[in-house]
Design a protein around this ligand. Structure first.
Ligand SMILES: [Fe+2]
Length: 512
C-alpha cells in the first residue's frame, strides 16, 4: 500500500528527496503537483481544489469558507485579480430549499480565499452550503448553528498535530464519519519545518516555510489529503493554533523584523485556508467565548500570539488583555460546563528530581498559571474541563491550584488528546517514562503515547464523557477507528473516572 512516510524516508535515504517532497525548492507547480500525487495527495475539481469548510458557529451565524486555487501548489493562481463567488445555504443536501444566498469577491490579495459570515440563520439547525464561480460548483458542505436554551446533549471532537509527512489522515476520515455537532482544532494544523522523517527522527531537512508563497503552498498541500477536506465539509470547526502554524516554540511578541514578516505571512496563510471569523487577516482575534445553549461554554485560548518568552519571573502566556478577559470570564461564568480550548498542556509535568519536561507549555509560565488557577479556586468555578493538544500523546490530569500541594482541591480535569499523525516518542521511551512521569506528578492519572487519533466528547447536563478514538496505522489512509478508552467527569464533582470496561486497555501509565 502507498505510504508517504516510508516513501519519503526511502527517498531521503537515497539522497533523492527533491524528486519526491512536493515543497522542495525549484519545482514548478506542475512538478510539485506530480510529486504530491505520488504521495497520495488529490484535490477536488478546479477551482474549488481545496474543498469547503464552515466555522465558528453562533446561534444565528456560521462562517463559510473556500479558496479558489486551480493550481493548488502555485503561489499566484491563474485567475483574474477579483473573482465573483456565489454562495448558497439550504436546508437539504440537494440545495433545493434555499434559505440564504449572495455573492462575495475573492481577491488575489488574500489568495482568492472566501470567508462569508452568514447571518439570520436559526439556532440549533443543520444547514448545507455550496459555492459556485467561473461556471463551476463546489462540493456541498454541511454545517450547524449553535443552539440556545436547554440542550440535552452535545457531541464534538478535537483534532491536533497533523504533520502531513508523518502519515495519512485516517483520523480525519474518522472525524468526518462521526455524528458530531462541531469539531475543535487545537493547533499544529500545519508544520512549517522542512524535516520529513518525523518529529523525532531528523533524517532529512527540506526547506522551511518563510514567505507567504511557502505557507500558502504548505496549507494547500495539507488540504491535498482528502480526509481533511471531508472533515471540514462534514462539520463546522472552531479553531485555535499552536506554534507550527508559524515556527517551532515561537512567542508572538518577540523577534526582529525578519521574524515579524514571517509571522505575518504565516498568519495570513492560516486565515486564507480556514473558516475564521475575523475582521483582520493579519492579527486574528482567536480568544473568544462561545455558548452551546445552556449546556456548555467554550473558552478558546490563544497561547501564542500574545505570550512573552518562557521562564521569566513575570512572564505571560496569555498577554495582559487576554489574561484580564479570562479572569473576568471565570468570575462571571454561568452554570454550565466550562470547557477551555487550550493548545498546550496546562497541568504541571515535573521531572523526577526537579525541573519540567517542557517550558514551552504552561510550565514555563508559573506565576500566571498560579494566578489563573488560584482565581478558579477562589471564585469557586465548577465543572472545568480543559482540552489540550501539542503533546502527540494522551494524558488525563487532575487540575489543582497548586500541583505541589496535594491538600489543595481538585478544581478540574485536563484531557490531552493523541495527535492526528505527528510522531510521538518511541514505544521504548513511553514504556520507560510513563511510570516516571506518573511518579513525579501525583495529579497525572493516565498516559498513553503509542497511538494516533482524536477525542470525541459526549456532554449532557449530568456528565462529560471523553472517548479516546485511535486508528490502527497512520500509514493506511483507510485505517479503522476504534475506542481505546473512555473517561468521564460528573457534574458538580471534580475529578475523572475511567470506564471499567476499557480500564484494561494498553497504556504506559495508569494511576492505581
Ligand atoms: Fe505538534
Amino acid at each position: 500500500m502507498l505510504n508517504r512516510r516510508d516513501l519519503l524516508r526511502a527517498a531521503a535515504a537515497a539522497g533523492a528527496l527533491g524528486t519526491v517532497w512536493p515543497l522542495s525548492a525549484g519545482l514548478s507547480p506542475a512538478q510539485a503537483h506530480a510529486a504530491a500525487l505520488d504521495l497520495g495527495a488529490s484535490w477536488d475539481a478546479a477551482p474549488f481544489t481545496l474543498g469547503v469548510g464552515s466555522g465558528d458557529p453562533l446561534p444565528d451565524s456560521v462562517v463559510l469558507w473556500t479558496r479558489l486555487a486551480p493550481e493548488p501548489l502555485a503561489f499566484e493562481q491563474p485567475l483574474p485579480e477579483i473573482v465573483e463567488v456565489e454562495w448558497t445555504v439550504a436546508l437539504d443536501r440537494t440545495m433545493r430549499s434555499r434559505v440564504a444566498s449572495g455573492t462575495i469577491a475573492a481577491s488575489n490579495l488574500l489568495g482568492h480565499s472566501v470567508h462569508v459570515p452568514v447571518h439570520g440563520l436559526r439556532a440549533g439547525r443543520t444547514y448545507y452550503y455550496q459555492f459556485s464561480a467561473l461556471g463551476k460548483r463546489s462540493r456541498v458542505g454541511r454545517t450547524r448553528t449553535a443552539p440556545v436554551g436547554p440542550v440535552s446533549k452535545v457531541r464534538f471532537a478535537t483534532a491536533n498535530c497533523q504533520a502531513f509527512h508523518d502519515g495519512f489522515y485516517a483520523a480525519h476520515r474518522g472525524i468526518a464519519q462521526e455524528n458530531l455537532d462541531f469539531v475543535v482544532h487545537l493547533g499544529d494544523y500545519i508544520y512549517e519545518h522542512g524535516q520529513v522523517g518525523g518529529a523525532h527522527v531528523r533524517d532529512h531537512e527540506g526547506p522551511a516555510a518563510l514567505s507567504l508563497a511557502d505557507y500558502r503552498r504548505r496549507h494547500a498541500l495539507y488540504k491535498g489529503d482528502p480526509s481533511l477536506r471531508d472533515a471540514h465539509a462534514a462539520h463546522p470547526f472552531y479553531l485555535t493554533w499552536d506554534d507550527h502554524e508559524v515556527v517551532n516554540d515561537y512567542s508572538g511578541t518577540e523577534g526582529a523584523a525578519p521574524f515579524v514578516k514571517r509571522r505575518a505571512a504565516a498568519y495570513q496563510a492560516w486565515y486564507e485556508h480556514l473558516p475564521i471569523r475575523s475582521g483582520s487577516a493579519l492579527e486574528p482575534r482567536i480568544h473568544r467565548r462561545r455558548e452551546w445553549g445552556s449546556l456548555l461554554d467554550l473558552t478558546v485560548l490563544d497561547l501564542r500570539q500574545h505570550r512573552s518568552a518562557q521562564n521569566l519571573a513575570n512572564g505571560t502566556i496569555l498577554g495582559a488583555e487576554q489574561k484580564k478577559w479570562l479572569l473576568d470570564g471565570i468570575s462571571g461564568a454561568r452554570e454550565a460546563w466550562q470547557v477551555w480550548i487550550n493548545s498546550i498542556m496546562l497541568s504541571q509535568l515535573a521531572r523526577p528530581g526537579g525541573g519540567y519536561y517542557f517550558t514551552d507549555q504552561w510550565d514555563g509560565y508559573l506565576s500566571e498559571r498560579r494566578e489563573v488557577l488560584g482565581h478558579v479556586a477562589t471564585t469557586g468555578l465548577e465543572d472545568l474541563v480543559v482540552l489540550t493538544g501539542d503533546w502527540h500523546s494522551a494524558f488525563v490530569d487532575d487540575i489543582r491550584p497548586d500541583f505541589d500541594d496535594l491538600s489543595s482541591p481538585v478544581i478540574g480535569t485536563e484531557f490531552t488528546a493523541h495527535s492526528i499523525t505527528s510522531s510521538a516518542y518511541s514505544p521504548e521511551w513511553n514504556a520507560a517514562n510513563g511510570p516516571v512521569m506518573g511518579a513525579a506528578n501525583p495529579h497525572l492519572k493516565y498516559f498513553e503515547g503509542n497511538r494516533y487519533g482524536y477525542d470525541v466528547y459526549e456532554v449532557t447536563p449530568r456528565r462529560f464523557t471523553t472517548h479516546m478514538r485511535v486508528i490502527g496505522d497512520r500509514r493506511d489512509a483507510a485505517s479503522p477507528v476504534t475506542t481505546l478508552t473512555t473517561f468521564h467527569v460528573d457534574r458538580g464533582k471534580a475529578g475523572s473516572f475511567e470506564d471499567p470496561a476499557t480500564a484494561g486497555s494498553p497504556a504506559q501509565y495508569r494511576r492505581p
